[in-house]
Structure formats: structure tokens, C-alpha cells
Design a protein around this ligand. Structure first.
Ligand code: ADP
Ligand code: MG
Length: 702
């Protein structure tokens, strides 16, 4: 049960002063966590932190006001420039001046009467907002504050400014937050006193008040104690939840998957190559984990083409040596099929049975496969999310391998491991996930890294070519396929749509067919599964020499003798995507090339991306550059990776706190495994506050 002290925080925002149904709906969109079904809570409003402050202590002058910073100006209202009837989408401008110059106060879709009332001509007013320079002239779009000098005096000199949504006024939002702050109870401290003292953390409620009523713009600095305190709270809640899950997992111990190495030796002997040192190193770590009674939770990071699949195969062979089944989960149908096809040969040689299960199986075929999985006839099950549907039962699932993890959410991973009795888990990814993010998302996950690539790989020559040299590229493609090469041609979209000028794969295939006839194949996301398979099989066998594809080929597709990839509209792809795509070639012993076909003119970021691609093939370096180029907002790629993101904490600014939170969570559970001490009780409240109630359920059922 949720502690009753928290009730006021879990009331709907509609119970707050000045928050009617319309504002409630706006707030649900603005502050409620994703997936919340019952709208925004008082808590959500309190966690909606200011993005900046208006500081009326410091006046600026128009000519010298710093760009992009919240500033307060004292200006005289001169005249209005209203849009004509025909140009209603144009903004209205209120022209104002001070001794140093003129500024436009710009309003979109504002009623003229409302503006005239707000800005009496000839009057001197204070306006606060962000000054921007547009076509060499200063403007302020939708000022955050407009008032007479007297009105300004009646308000705090420093006022927070919040991320907003259309239709909601800053005034209404601030009033709602003030009313929410009045409901904020003093809660028992959940932070360990030593940590709180060392960090000079204020209490939870004081921290929230400080951020919503800053006395100084610096109070909103992520490095200040109030902000850090709340970030720590969020981390601690997350790490407690992970620690509780781990504690429970330990209570149902994993199994010892030791094995005698016999099957592994057979499978390895069937490989047409010898393992790299990196692969051997990773396997040593994996086998050591599997042979221990606790559960394995290991991440295998290796650049595209590093050879992760073979590592999975040998781990699965080891599981079978102890009589356990393995499941290999792939993010797409194409990949699942490819894994199945690729692994089948070696499985046969080693005497392992393998089956493919995807969403496309149904009827008798599916029933027969399920039966074989349930009675243990199948040692390895390869497939898509179909692997963890309700009616799939395993005889004895001991090892789960997840390929290209970033495509899967955390709950999907859990759903699969629930199919076994505490199975070992191996997650494979080509995305170098920074350590902080691993810690935040998985708690303590062990990491194996596959450095380098199998011997004999040649570097991929990468060039960037403007689109007006398309003819030349087509001619080169022709020469290449005449000489027996295979070529991927990647386009961003499937069909030309009215509002998009992206080259459609369909259209590109038609054009190329005019030159190369039926040597051109096509794969895109809207084809049926069988159509896709056939197209890929044709390409693999060489019946087609060029395959025009959308980004369905991005992840993992392996046709080792394809040696050229042309990426059309390369400027529209992100760096990591370009890297993934390029990784489709350079997989065999042929020299390979990558043509980045772009449309000029290139923006700064696109230019930088293409330059990085030409400079390096190192996935870790590319991931770093990617973070830099993407900049704030999605710093660690949480959105792309599908991993958890935070409401308050900033993984970069607060990375040091994450480790403290992890240690603290562990320590608390070691002394108070059921969270029954006074501090344990306080931590329960913390878990509710941050929506980690499922972790509390773990406590109860244990
Ligand atoms: P990824 O790590 O991107 O999943 P794959 O497992 O698909 O890479 O391997 C890429 C290619 O390298 C495959 O064709 C695979 O057979 C081959 N390969 C894997 N390991 C080795 C090795 N030790 N020596 C030579 N080729 C290898
Ligand atoms: Mg792979």
C-alpha cells in the first residue's frame, strides 16, 4: 500500500487552484510520464522543473542584449505591425524601443485587440524573454513577462520559466505549481545521512521549493545541491528497483551450465575460420559466468562485423552440454531468418537441433514447432518477439541471447527470461553503450568487448558524392556488377509521397532496372515477409546483383560478398545509422566501398557527419562523435537506444551520483532486505514517488 503521506502528491492536478478540465488536459500532455493513463498528478507538476529564470534584477539594453538568453528590457511601445488579412499566418509585431535601438515583440496568432490592450502606445513597459537576432534585427518571440514598472515591482525579481505547451500560459502553470507546492508534505528522509551530509543535500521538499522559487538564477544549476538532491533521488529509486530485482533473482539461483566442452569443440571445428582473440576472450568470460550458480547478466559489445553471432553459437552449445535449451532473439524477421540459416550448418555439424519461430508461423506448422520446443526436442530456438508470446513454453530454457539489444525494451527482455527458471542472459549490441547508461538501465551488468574485426578484412573506402553525379555512380555500379561485385543501394523511404522529396526505393529500383534489368532486386519494409526473404535470397545467391533497400537492411544483415553500398540522401541519416549501414559491406575478404550520395547544400551537422564517416570506421569513435553532434537533449542516445531516460536527472551532469546511488541501494538491501527499518520505509515512499511500485511488488511476493 502506498504510504498515505503521499496521497496529496498522487491527487489529480485538476484538484489544484486554477486548474480546470482544459488545463488538466494540457498538463497531462506536458508533465505526465509517458503511458500514464489517468492524467497528470500533483507530483508530475512538481517534477516539471524550470528551464530557466527571468531575472529582473538585471536590465539589458536592446543593442547589447545577449542572444538567446532570457533578458529584461525597459522599452517604450511605438507602433504595431499587424499581418494583413491575406497573410494570417504571419506574426504580429509590436515595435518598441529604448535609447539604444528598436526591437520587435513578435506574436503568432494573437488577437489584435488583445495586443493593443497589453501594449498601450507610448507607454513604458518591462518585457522579459529571449532576445533573438533575425535578419540582423532583434526580436523577442512571445515574451515571458510584460508589465508596467509597478506591476513588475509587485512580483519576485527572479521568476522561473518552464517548458511550455501551446495554449497554456506561464501564469496559469506557475499558479498550478505554487498550489502544488502548498500540498507538498515533509517526508521522512530516505537518503543515507552520510551521503546527505557529504553532499549538503537539502531535504526533498526544500529542494523542490528551491528549484521552483529560485532566489538566484544559479539555483537552477544542475551542479547545485538542490538539483543534485533530486537527481540523486531519481537515481536511488532506479537503483533500488534494480537491486530489488537482482535480490529476487538471486533467491531463485541460476543454474550451473558448465559442460564438458564436447559440443563446443565440434561446433568450433565446423567453422570455416578460426576464432579471433576477441571472440575467445569473450567466450572465456561467458563460460565462466554460465558455470557459476548465479545468473549471468552480460552485455557483449562489438562493432558491426566483429563476429558476435559465433560467440552466441558457442555459448548456446555450452548450454546444451548441460542439457539446457537456448533462445536467440532477433529484432527483425530478416535477421531471425539469417541467424537461423547461418547457424543451421554448424548446429548440424555439432549435433544440435535448431528451429525458427516467427510471427509468420501459424496453424499446424506452428503447433508442431511449439510441441518440439516444449518437449525439449529443440536445443536452440531462433526467432523474433514471437519467442516470448504466452503460448510458447520451453522444456528447460537455460540461456537467452538477445541480438541488437537497442531495439528491445526492458520489459520485453524480462518477458523472455521469465520463460525459463532464472536463465542466463547474454545481450549483444553493436551500439557502444556508455558505461553510465549501462549502469542506469541494467544496474550492474557485466560487459565483454569484442575489439577489432576478424583478420583479413580490408578497409572500406568511403566517399561523399553530390547527387548531381548520379549518372557517374550508376555507370560505376554497372562496371562493378559486370565484374561480379554485389551492391546495396539504400534509400530512405518506400514511396514518393506528396510532401516529401525523398527518393523512393521503388522509384530508384525502376530507374536502375532500365540499365541493369532483372539483376536489380528490391527490399522494403512494406513487403510481406516472404517477399523480403525471396529478395534477400536472390541477392545472396547472386541471381540479383544490386539490391535496392530501405533501412530494413540496417541491422545485422550478412551477405559477405557484397562489397559496395550506395547510401542515397546520406545527409538525412544519423551517424550511427550510417555506420550500421556501411557495416553491411567489408565483411568478406574483398576490398569494399561506400558511396554517400548527398543532396547539396549540406548543413553544418550533415557536413560534419559525412566527414566523420570518411575519416574512421571505428564504431566507438563514431559513437562518441555522434554524441557530440547530437548535442544536448539526447546526449546519451537514450531515445534511440530505447533505454530508460530520466525525468529530472541529467546522466552527464550527474553521472557521479549514479554510482553512489548504486552502492547505497546495495548497502541498504544488505542490512534491510525487506525495507522494514525506518529508512527502509522512507525508501518505499521514494519508490512510489518515482513510479517504481513494481519493485515493491517484488518485495511482497518474495
Ligand atoms: P556482427 O558482430 O556484426 O553480428 P557477424 O556475427 O554477423 O557480425 O559476423 C560477420 C561476418 O564475419 C560473418 O560473415 C561471420 O561468419 C564472419 N566471422 C565471424 N567470426 C570470424 C572469424 N573469427 N574469422 C573470420 N570471419 C569471421
Ligand atoms: Mg549481428
Amino acid at each position: 500500500m502506498r504510504p498515505s503521506a503521499l496521497d496529496p502528491l498522487f491527487a489529480s492536478v485538476s484538484t489544484l487552484n486554477g486548474v480546470g478540465p482544459k488545463v488538466s488536459t494540457l498538463l497531462a500532455g506536458l508533465v505526465a510520464p509517458p503511458g500514464a493513463e489517468d492524467g497528470a498528478k500533483v507530483r508530475d507538476l512538481l517534477f516539471h522543473l524550470p528551464s530557466g529564470v527571468v531575472d529582473r534584477r538585471r536590465r539589458e539594453e536592446i543593442a547589447t542584449a545577449p542572444e538567446g538568453v532570457l533578458a529584461t528590457l525597459e522599452v517604450r511601445i511605438d507602433r504595431f505591425v499587424m499581418p494583413s488579412r491575406e497573410a494570417r499566418s504571419q506574426p504580429a509585431r509590436v515595435m518598441a524601443q529604448d535609447a539604444t535601438g528598436e526591437i520587435a515583440l513578435t506574436y503568432f496568432r494573437a488577437q489584435p485587440q488583445w495586443l493593443e490592450k497589453l501594449f498601450p502606445l507610448g507607454e513604458t513597459l518591462l518585457v522579459s524573454g529571449k532576445v533573438e537576432w533575425f535578419n540582423g534585427r532583434p526580436q523577442m518571440v512571445h515574451p515571458d513577462f510584460v508589465g508596467t514598472l509597478e506591476e513588475a515591482l509587485a512580483r519576485p525579481l527572479i521568476e522561473p520559466v518552464y517548458p511550455m505547451t501551446a495554449g497554456l500560459s506561464g501564469k496559469v502553470l506557475r499558479r498550478g505549481i505554487d498550489s502544488a507546492l502548498e500540498r507538498l508534505p515533509a517526508l521522512a528522509e530516505w537518503i543515507e545521512p552520510g551521503v546527505a551530509g557529504r553532499e549538503a543535500f537539502p531535504p526533498f521538499d526544500a529542494a523542490l521549493r528551491a528549484l521552483h522559487h529560485p532566489a538566484d538564477p544559479l539555483d537552477l544549476d544542475p551542479a547545485k545541491p538542490a538539483y543534485r538532491r533530486l537527481a540523486y533521488d531519481e537515481f536511488l529509486a532506479g537503483q533500488m528497483a534494480l537491486a530489488l530485482a537482482r535480490q529476487r533473482a538471486k533467491r531463485q539461483p541460476g543454474r550451473v551450465l558448465g559442460g564438458d566442452g564436447g559440443l563446443r569443440r565440434k561446433a568450433e571445428a565446423a567453422l570455416p575460420f578460426t576464432l579471433t582473440d576477441g571472440q575467445r576472450g569473450a567466450l572465456t568470460e561467458i563460460h565462466a559466468d554460465m558455470a557459476r550458480p548465479d545468473r549471468m547478466l552480460r552485455l557483449l559489445q562489438g562493432d558491426v562485423g566483429a563476429g558476435k553471432t559465433v560467440v552466441a553459437l558457442l555459448a548456446m552449445a555450452a548450454a546444451k552440454e548441460s542439457g539446457a535449451q537456448s533462445a536467440l532473439l532477433a529484432p527483425t524477421e530478416i535477421l531471425a531468418r539469417q541467424h537461423f540459416a547461418g547457424l543451421s550448418r554448424f548446429c548440424e555439424a555439432a549435433g544440435l537441433t535448431i528451429v525458427l519461430l516467427t510471427g509468420r508461423d501459424n496453424g499446424r506448422v506452428r503447433a508442431a514447432k511449439l510441441e518440439a520446443i516444449a518437449n525439449g526436442d529443440m536445443d536452440i530456438v531462433v526467432g523474433t518477439h514471437a519467442l516470448f508470446q504466452d503460448d510458447v513454453a520451453y522444456h528447460d530454457l537455460g540461456l537467452v541471447v538477445v541480438d541488437e539489444q537497442h531495439r528491445f525494451g526492458v520489459h520485453q527482455r524480462l518477458a523472455l527470461t521469465r520463460k525459463g527458471k532464472a536463465p542466463d542472459l547474454l545481450v549483444m549490441t553493436a551500439t557502444p553503450i556508455p558505461r553510465t547508461l549501462v549502469l542506469a538501465a541494467f544496474g550492474d551488468m557485466d560487459v565483454s568487448r569484442l575489439y577489432g574485426k576478424p583478420a583479413g578484412r580490408k578497409p572500406i573506402a568511403t566517399v561523399a558524392v553530390p547527387f548531381d553525379r548520379l549518372d557517374e555512380i550508376v555507370a560505376r555500379a554497372g562496371r562493378a556488377i559486370d565484374e561480379g561485385d554485389k551492391l546495396y543501394w539504400v534509400c530512405p523511404l518506400v514511396e514518393e509521397t506528396e510532401n516529401s522529396d525523398l527518393t523512393a526505393a521503388q522509384e530508384r529500383a525502376d530507374v536502375l532496372r532500365q540499365f541493369f534489368g532483372d539483376r536489380v532486386g528490391l527490399v522494403h519494409g512494406r513487403m510481406t515477409g516472404t517477399e523480403k526473404d525471396n529478395a534477400m535470397a536472390d541477392f545472396k545467391s547472386g541471381r540479383t546483383r544490386i539490391v535496392v533497400a530501405t533501412t530494413v537492411i540496417e541491422v545485422g544483415v550478412d551477405v559477405p560478398d557484397a562489397s559496395i553500398i550506395v547510401i542515397e540522401h546520406a545527409e538525412r541519416f544519423g551517424l550511427s545509422q550510417l555506420h550500421q549501414l556501411r557495416g553491411r559491406v567489408g565483411r568478406g575478404d574483398k576490398a569494399s566501398s561506400c558511396v554517400l550520395l548527398y543532396r547539396a547544400p549540406l548543413g553544418e551537422t550533415a557536413k560534419a557527419r559525412l566527414a566523420v564517416m570518411r575519416e574512421t570506421e571505428d564504431g566507438f569513435r563514431i559513437a562518441e562523435e555522434d554524441l557530440k553532434l547530437r548535442g544536448e537533449g539526447d546526449l546519451l542516445g537514450t531515445r534511440q537506444s530505447g533505454l530508460q531516460s530520466f525525468r529530472i536527472a541529467d546522466l552527464e551532469a550527474h553521472a557521479d551520483l549514479l554510482e553512489i546511488a548504486r552502492d547505497d541501494a546495495r548497502l541498504l538491501l544488505a542490512t534491510d532486505p525487506k525495507l522494514e527499518s525506518p529508512r527502509g520505509e522512507a525508501v518505499r515512499a521514494l519508490l512510489y514517488l518515482f513510479g517504481k511500485d513494481d519493485a515493491i511488488r517484488l518485495l511482497r511476493s518474495g
